[in-house]
Design a binder for this molecule. Structure first.
Ligand SMILES: [Zn+2]
Length: 379
């Protein structure tokens, strides 16, 4: 298995060698905690890391995960009987009983695993409301109670664990799951992933050992885009520069191409600076009020990059790049720019949570205007 392999099968997370080595040493020494919370920025490779660790735990070879043994091959096609991958899914339409609901959820899971087998990077259920519902958690518990079928371990990968729906309707299921995390059967490992660990139920956070997947260096992302994906050097550099070290984000930016995100970002910045409430209203109106985060996310990412450029200019570190709206001749205070960048981060988080894009932009532009306008008034 080569670093950066993008074919179906077991894949190694990009640029995480140090972390993976540490995990492998812990596995070899039988020191890996049984309940792990694999967290980091969304797109950094959380799922790939969890699936890779699961394969490493099951590998039959010395060199874990070898990618070649029977266990690794089954892990790579999501068919290992002792690796159970769970993820948020839409709630099944109807079920006459709890047992039927559990069956329906398990059937959905199997269908999605078959899709992932063919294209492991497929984004399923785009735009739909999904969750890890009580019935799914009950299935996990039932699977955890069974002895492993092939080897001496069972591994659970529970992706986007922050989507676990608070189970006030079924406190027994919730408690049983917490007990599973706290004291898993001696043969079970539970690997949770979350790009929003703050959104996790605190009771889950406190029962898992954290494992942070950090952003990676730009050069590593550039190399991946050029060598494994076939990007040009120029494309790779542009995508890496806007990615904050998050491989998934770089891939999205590269696949989308230059487009007009930069222009949309500049329009948002211009509206935020304009002091005219109507200009801000119109800028927000350019985005749909429902769903369709496709247009907003790249515009916000471009806006974030532009604010960073303006900040570099404000601190004297760089020239103001062309294409940015007039800053009305007065430099903006670095503190205000940082606050504005935080507001953009909040908006991006809102977009990730499928908040109304129009309302998100409206709030963002109002917030940015308050801090930036105040900043330009200072002598
Ligand atoms: Zn193997």
């Amino acid at each position: 298995m080569t670093d950066g392999d993008v074919r179906p099968g077991l894949r190694r997370p990009i640029g995480q060698d140090e972390l993976l080595d540490r995990v492998i040493r812990a596995v070899a020494a039988r020191r890996l905690p049984q309940s792990l919370l694999i967290h980091g920025p969304p797109g950094v490779g959380l799922r790939t890391t969890a699936r890779w660790i699961a394969a490493a735990l099951q590998c039959e070879s010395e060199e874990r995960p070898c990618g070649a043994c029977r266990s690794c091959r089954l892990a790579g096609t999501f068919e290992h009987p002792d690796i159970h991958v769970h993820f948020p899914m839409p709630r099944p339409k109807r079920a006459s009983s709890r047992a039927k609901l559990r069956e329906a959820i398990e059937k959905q899971r199997m269908e999605r695993l078959a899709q992932l087998r063919d294209s492991p990077e497929a984004v399923l259920d785009r735009g739909e409301t999904t969750g890890l519902y009580v019935a799914a958690v009950e299935n996990i518990r039932a699977q955890a109670a069974r002895r492993p079928a092939m080897g001496d371990r069972t591994v659970f990968v529970i992706e986007d664990a922050d989507a676990m729906v608070p189970q006030s309707s079924s406190p027994e299921a919730a408690n049983a799951f917490l007990k599973l995390l706290e004291e898993p059967p001696e043969f079970a490992f539970i690997l949770l992933t979350s790009g929003r660990p703050d959104a996790l139920l605190p009771t889950i956070r406190s029962r898992t050992a954290p494992l942070r997947v950090a952003p990676v260096r730009g050069e590593r992302i550039i190399r991946h885009l050029i060598e494994d994906r076939g990007a040009s050097a120029e494309e790779a550099e542009r995508a890496a520069a806007q990615s904050d070290g998050v491989v998934g984000r770089a891939l999205e930016i590269w696949e989308r191409g230059p487009g007009d995100a930069t222009e949309s970002g500049a329009r948002l910045l211009s509206a935020a600076l304009s002091g005219d409430a109507r200009a801000r209203f119109e800028a927000a109106g350019a985005f749909s009020a429902r769903g369709a985060r496709a247009a907003l996310q790249p515009a916000l990412e471009a806006l974030r990059a532009q604010l960073r450029d303006v900040l570099a200019h404000a601190t004297g570190a760089a020239e103001l790049p062309p294409g940015l709206p007039s800053l009305r001749g007065r430099p903006l205070a670095p503190g205000a720019l940082l606050t504005a960048m935080e507001a953009v981060e909040d908006a991006l988080e809102g977009v990730a949570q499928n908040l109304n894009p129009q309302a998100t932009v409206s709030v963002l532009l109002g917030d940015m205007n308050r801090v930036l306008a105040a900043s330009t008034r200072e002598p």
